[in-house]
Design a protein around this ligand. Structure first.
Ligand SMILES: NC(=O)c1ccc[n+]([C@@H]2O[C@H](COP(=O)([O-])OP(=O)(O)OC[C@H]3O[C@@H](n4cnc5c(N)ncnc54)[C@H](OP(=O)(O)O)[C@@H]3O)[C@@H](O)[C@H]2O)c1
Length: 252
């Protein structure tokens, strides 16, 4: 259970090897989050994430989870809550950036980005939300992106998938009002890290560490929406209203 000072003691991560999830775990474990369950595709990245959480002092476990295996999401959620008990936080971190130049000419590649980021992950969130309703407490934290606030010509495949996920998370948050379960939507800007490796940082670029700190604060505060860095809330308030002729010229 979330303790008296608002700190979670257990977390389930969907997309357990995510760099941003690792940064969140690195903030939560030293503040008494003991149970860390990292759900992801088996491999060295997931193993390394488990080791990193253990080295911080957590009881960390990897479980197999593929966001695209939608038919298995209900059974996955049932199994993981059965094995590990209640979760104070479920962090939805799975996602892919894709390659816009390829994806906009390859429908199957575009659909794979959309499924990983939106339909597959949203379906998993529904399965987990039912379990959290049943336990009557906890927080779903969804890693969205400012890219979903208004699709850009330069990355509209990824951006539209994040728009779908973000809208879904808003609706899910409303559906969960009164159940004891809250939803926090996280909207980072450009994060200098693995997903953006080799790309030129965008203005107001941030770091995984800053995302981890912001998510940790948002959990304690029960914040419904958090921008990282926080100035992006105001930047995008203006940018969303730029004329389309200007907007479509913005770089990726
Ligand atoms: N980095 C940024 O600039 C940025 C900015 C805004 C929002 N975000 C969002 O933040 C989230 C985390 O990103 P990140 O920076 O931590 O990137 P990351 O390190 O590449 O993590 C993404 C994770 O998603 C997992 N994943 C992808 N497809 C999956 C599938 N089919 N089933 C299960 N897991 C799958 C990957 O698993 P594998 O390790 O097996 O590949 C990887 O561990 C993403 O949703 C991303 O869109 C990132």
């Amino acid at each position: 259970m979330i303790n008296a000072v608002g700190r979670p003691q257990s977390i389930l991560v969907l997309g357990g090897a995510s760099e941003l999830a690792g940064a969140v775990v690195a903030h939560l474990v030293p503040e008494r989050c003991r149970t860390v369950v990292l759900a992801g595709r088996e491999g060295p990245r997931l193993d390394a994430a488990v080791e990193a959480a253990r080295s911080l002092g957590a009881e960390a476990t990897a479980v197999q989870f593929d966001v695209n295996e939608v038919a298995g999401h209900a059974a996955f959620a049932a199994d993981v809550f059965e094995r590990f008990g209640d979760f104070d936080v479920v962090l939805a971190a799975a996602g892919v950036l894709g390659n816009q130049e390829v994806d906009e000419h390859d429908p199957a590649a575009a659909a794979a980005v959309m499924q990983a980021n939106y339909t597959g992950l949203a379906a998993a969130l529904l399965a987990v939300a039912d379990r959290m309703r049943h336990q009557g407490h906890g927080r779903l934290v969804v890693l969205s992106s400012v890219a979903g606030l208004r699709a850009r010509r330069a990355n509209f495949v990824y951006g539209s998938s994040k728009a779908g996920l973000d809208a879904f998370a808003q609706g899910l948050g409303d559906a969960l009002v009164g159940t004891g379960v809250g939803v926090t939507i996280v909207r980072p800007g450009f994060v200098v890290g693995r997903m953006t490796d080799g790309m030129a940082p965008a203005p107001f670029a941030t770091t995984p560490e800053q995302v981890g700190a912001a998510v940790s604060r948002a959990i304690t505060a029960g914040a419904p929406v958090v921008y990282v860095p926080s100035v992006l809330r105001w930047v995008f308030l203006v940018m969303r209203h730029l004329p389309r002729a200007v907007w479509r010229r913005l770089p990726g």
